[in-house]
Design a protein around this ligand. Sequence first.
Ligand code: SF4
Length: 745
Amino acid sequence: MTETHVRTCPLCEAMCGLRVTVEDGHVTRIRGDDDDVWSKGYICPKGATLGHLHHDPDRLRAPLVRTGDSWREVSWEDAFREIERRLRPIIEEHGVGAVATYIGNPTAHNFSLGRYIGAFMVMSGITQIYSAGTVDQWPKNVVCALMYGGMWSIPVPDLDRTDYLLMLGANPAASQGSLLAVPDVLGHLDRIRTRGGRVVVVDPRRTKTAERADEWLPIRPGTDAAMLLAIVHVLFAEGLTRPGPVADKTRGIDTVERLARPFTPEAVAATCGVSADTIRRLARELAGAPTAAVYGRIGTCNQEFGTLASWLVEVVNVLTGNLDRVGGSMFANPIAWSQVGLRPPEFAEGFTFGRWTSRVRGAPEVLGQFPASCLGEEIATPGEGQLRALITIAGNPVISTPDPTTLDAALPGLGCMISVDNYLNETTRHADVILPGLSPFEQPHYDELIWSWAIRHAGNYSPPIFPPAADRPAEWKILLTLAALVGGQSYDEINVTELDDLFFAGLTAFKQAEPGSPIADRALDEITAVSPPGGPERLLDLAIRSGPYGDAYGTRAGGLTLAALEAKPHGIDLGPLEPRLADVLAPQMDKIELAPAYVIADIPRLRARLDRHDDGLVLVSRRHLRSNNSWMHNVAPLMTGKPRCTLLIHPTDATRLALDDGMAARVTSRTGSVEVPVEITAEMMPGVVSLPHGWGHDKPGVRLAVATAHPGVNNNLLAPGDRVDVPSGNAALNGIPVDVRAVEP
Ligand code: SF4
């Protein structure tokens, strides 16, 4: 029997609509859904291989329990009883403070995990939280928390209508949008240029994105903030600032003007490797364009000055009058609000950081987390407060966080490690129990957070294609059960339905308490009576019905519900973004805080950088269209073609170091060393080399047949754990000084 299903790809911010052909229970073809109102048929190679992921024999389908070096499949009840047996004595002796969790990036893309990770953290009582966020976008979260009052109030470039786009440290040709939900970003860049606009890409590497732009500007890694501050200097010096309608809603413009004074284009040019004339021209182009948007992504975050660079992206958008303006940088107003966008009570009076510090390194908490690189030392270092148990959720920090050697060595010392994960990988091989989630095709899909930075007000709900086996719990049930076990309940006491009801009631009450809530007057039992029975569907329904276009549970005629969305299998599109700054600013903020004290306190460090002359080679990381961070390397069709885990190096540097294409080089930083094949290419700027992120599948004891055959090297071995962007604690994975030399045959 042949069936065709339409659904959304859950892998990245593009959220492409797919047409999935299933023959006799087997996925035989996936292509883009031409009728999808959002993606209009766009698809990338990863989406086309989701069938391979679903049928992957290495994907875990039953819980695994470790005995020594071997694993045995057990029932779900036995798995949870084993967890209880291992966790309880640790918590009884050391308290819940001895338990940490690490949350990986796929959590944000998973229908269940995304909606229940908050419940897991609150109900478990775990406060030691580590995540992939601190090797990714933490600087942007810090900046938006302080400027707009919400860590996820992140504006996006209005790609459909802008006349000028300045992109820094972003390569959507490999990653699609990031903190920017849009399908086919390169198509959008083409259309900007076709309608007479201009696209400029700033990056140490001439990426495939840069090749589609009008101009590629190579920049020394880690100096984006200096260049942006020089642009700000020019805007003031030449009288080009024109904040427009947001001027009256912005505090601190004078402070920014004062701070930018010493950062003349001439003062930063040598440090950045960008000429003063070019910096002046960029400032004038940004100010002169009818509309413009500056967009910075992972390269501007994962670096020494991630917070300053992320802040200055916002500053330039404000000063040129492009924040909250059609064609500029705008805030989405998604159909379904995201839980993480709810205002945390502890920050009701504003955000403060450094409320506590890590035990070993003394790192300040930022948004409730320490740098991911602290995790290994907090496990390995004895003493009061030592971590003794860890729960990883859809994460592989042994591959994807700095200083993985310390973490990899520390994990076997834990008294208990639990992993919610679909694979026995480089991290989960250390677990005592692995709890696998469902395949993407066995569960519904509607992105929880990602629509918060979409370029249109659209949405699409996908039902599951395959029913999961009768005994398989979805991830949300796994998380609630784990939370209850950590929280002190015995396995026999746990009632997942009650916990879910509690969570739903709490979220509903939270939403009802918001000023102007459309459901403020509705009784909980009235709401539950017309809601799906429970689980993430009920939460999604709540988020839609109490959202900006929702029916408010029957009080807004024609308003949206989950059922209405389900009736539109190709999605709905309610149109482009609209200015909405007044709604975005947190209640405690009457204005945009253009010069947050916490952020500008880092400027002396940037000034000192201008006096530092590090002329040696530095390393940056890169992504690839066929990779998805540290996973998807077990999907055979994505691993074809020439080897991708190579050291990119400019011909001038290669000649100086006597390196030939294809020969092995040893790359050494102050913390590690890897041996990797050389790929000589003029796409790198001289003085900068690049390794891809997410490789190093050479550990024993994993169950990843395809990935193990293409191991590559782990670039994070070269990343010092203490090399962070100071204000955010985010890993500074780019601009790492390295020594490169040929390996003698
Ligand atoms: S770009 Fe690729 S991975 Fe991302 S949603 Fe689309 S098909 Fe999936």
